[in-house]
Design a protein around this ligand. Structure first.
Ligand code: AMP
Length: 539
């Protein structure tokens, strides 16, 4: 027997409508590309979002259109999240750190109709526009006074004179709302297409799981970008819970973050370990933590124990979280239950070095090579699979990738290798996917290897991750020369530079007589990683 309760579609627009009514004075503060600090509230933002939605419709935007953004964390980017999804179109965030080839692939694959761009990224657009879909309208996210020369629309002019309310349409909650490509798998980037339902559920799940930061009066700094992984859902969970958002714009170095955090009394800051290393340096220089700073959420890569110890011993609670683009993205979080609050720092750190426990709505399982479930005993390590309402059911228009992404029970394979202990703590121990994560961004070892193999003097090669203090991991290229002799390092780098962004290039090249193989005859990256674990990369 079915129940008899109302069935209203979950809709993203309702989050901001709610925030404008219930948390009207909670703030959005943004360091702008124009050079100043901008302040607004959820109530004011709701009006501008309505204006922007009307502006989009005037430009011909309609349900299902993919509308892209190439922008820093700021209020205009936030407005786009709501206006685009509010009219039933799809907010496609693009990561400006991708190589030109990857970006062109993404814009073409998504078939974007409009692109909103921060002034900083106009040169990228200038360089690539001729290769992008014809008729793509480009809007620069600034006012008339700061507009660049060229065939661009002006963001503020789109809003001008438009009504400050919008009758948000109803549509099924499975309607697509957001699109984010990940390069965290092999091959071309793959799109995760979020729905209104998954986004609203994720906002509630994260709000429930991190109540210390997500509550009225608390001020949160998302360093994690709006251009990737939805800034871990903060643009949705903050307004839902009444927390204020402090957007840092382009300046993400330690001194800039310290200053902003102190000026804005940030309580909780969210981002990848590399960013916090910069902040740690500034805390050392100043001899104190920013006033009011009490909580840091670290994810995207493993938080080193030394970093957790540092913050915890400076009175800042560390929440070590894990997730993926394909999971909206949060899967686990590592805040300790109250009864463990009084543990000595080293014991707290030992627990917090693990990736925490699942949030409600995300199920985890680890399996062996044959897909058999492994026990949650903290010892057995296997590939991690996930299931839930906020997890992708298939990459956007990519049947080939989808054939491999799920197991026969329909669970999604994360490509991470993990243990889970009897209390439910997840510990990521390795990575099955052949990728390197540097400063929170992916580098495909396979793509680098394929390019290097084209050199006539390369018989075989492998690219592996080497631990790096600042960037977590950096790529090292191991080359087996062909009988014709050793290739010049400069030639190999020149070959790679044609296809990859500068930060994706290997930091060093070493030569070897042969590559170690696994029992099945594949190159054993595990052995190579062990061999070169202490390899000193040049500065
Ligand atoms: P992305 O989709 O770019 O967010 O990357 C997701 C991947 O980043 C995961 O599958 C992991 O490989 C890695 N990752 C994210 N958070 C953590 C963490 N806390 N510890 C270790 N690896 C992580």
């Amino acid at each position: 027997m079915l129940g008899s309760m109302m069935m209203r579609p979950l809709k993203i627009a309702d989050i901001l409508t709610f925030a404008a009514e219930v948390h009207p004075t909670a703030e959005i503060v943004s360091v702008r590309t124009e050079g100043d600090v901008h302040r607004t509230t959820y109530a004011e933002t709701a009006k501008r979002v309505a204006q922007l939605a009307h502006g989009l419709e005037k430009q011909g935007a309609k349900m299902g259109d993919r509308i892209a953004t190439l922008a820093w964390n700021g209020y205009r980017h936030f407005e786009l999240y709501y206006a685009i999804s509010g009219i039933g179109a799809v907010c496609h965030t693009i990561n400006p750190r991708l190589s030109a080839e990857q970006m062109t692939y993404i814009v073409t694959h998504a078939n974007d109709t409009m692109l909103f761009v921060d002034t900083t990224f106009v040169p990228i657009v200038d360089g690539l526009r001729s290769q992008w879909p014809e008729g793509l309208k480009v809007v620069v996210m600034t006012d008339r006074a700061h507009m660049p020369e060229g065939d661009y629309l002006c963001y503020e002019e789109l809003l001008e004179g438009q009504p400050e309310t919008h009758d948000w349409p109803d549509f099924p909650e499975e309607t697509a709302a957001g699109l984010c490509y990940t390069s965290g798998t092999t091959g071309n980037p793959k799109g995760t297409l979020y729905t209104h339902r998954s986004t609203v559920l994720h906002a509630m799940m994260v709000g429930l799981s991190l109540p210390a930061a997500l509550q009225p009066g608390k001020r949160i700094l998302p360093v994690v970008p709006l251009f990737h992984v939805n800034a871990w859902g903060l643009p949705y969970s903050a307004p839902l819970t009444g927390a204020s958002l402090i957007f840092p714009g382009a300046a993400l170095d330690g001194p800039s973050l310290f200053k902003l955090m102190e000026q804005e009394r940030v309580f909780s800051a969210w981002g990848v370990p590399t960013v916090w290393l910069g902040l740690q340096g500034e805390i050392e220089a100043q001899g104190r933590v920013p006033e009011g700073f009490g909580d840091v959420v670290i994810g995207g890569s493993a938080a080193p124990a030394s970093m957790i110890t540092y913050f915890e011993s400076h009175g800042v609670n560390v929440c070590h979280a894990w997730g993926m683009t394909e999971m909206s993205p949060v899967g686990t979080q590592g805040n300790l239950p109250d009864h463990l609050d009084d543990l000595p720092v080293d014991e707290r750190v030992a627990i917090k070095s693990k990736q925490g426990r699942r949030v409600f709505g995300v199920e985890l399982k680890i399996v062996d090579e044959d897909g058999n479930r492994l026990p949650h005993d903290g010892v057995a390590a296997g590939e991690l699979y996930v299931r839930g309402n906020t997890i992708t059911s298939g990459y956007f228009q990519n049947d080939d990738a989808n054939a491999e992404a799920f197991d026969n029970e329909g669970w999604f394979g994360t490509g991470d290798v993990a243990t889970i202990d009897r209390h439910g703590y997840l510990n990521i121990t390795d990575r099955a996917k052949d990728l390197i994560k540097s400063g929170g961004e992916w580098i495909s070892s396979l793509d680098l290897e394929n390019t290097v193999m084209a050199h006539p003097k390369v018989a075989n090669c492998a690219v592996i991750a080497v631990p790096h203090e600042k960037w977590d991991e950096r790529p090292l290229l191991v080359v087996v020369p062909s009988p014709e002799g050793r290739p010049e390092v400069a030639e190999l780098m020149a070959l790679l530079e044609e296809h990859f962004a500068k930060w994706q290039l290997p930091d060093d090249v070493v030569f070897a007589d042969a590559l170690p193989l696994t029992a099945t005859g594949k190159v054993s990256k595990l052995t190579l990683r062990k061999t070169y674990a202490d390899h000193r990369l040049p500065d």
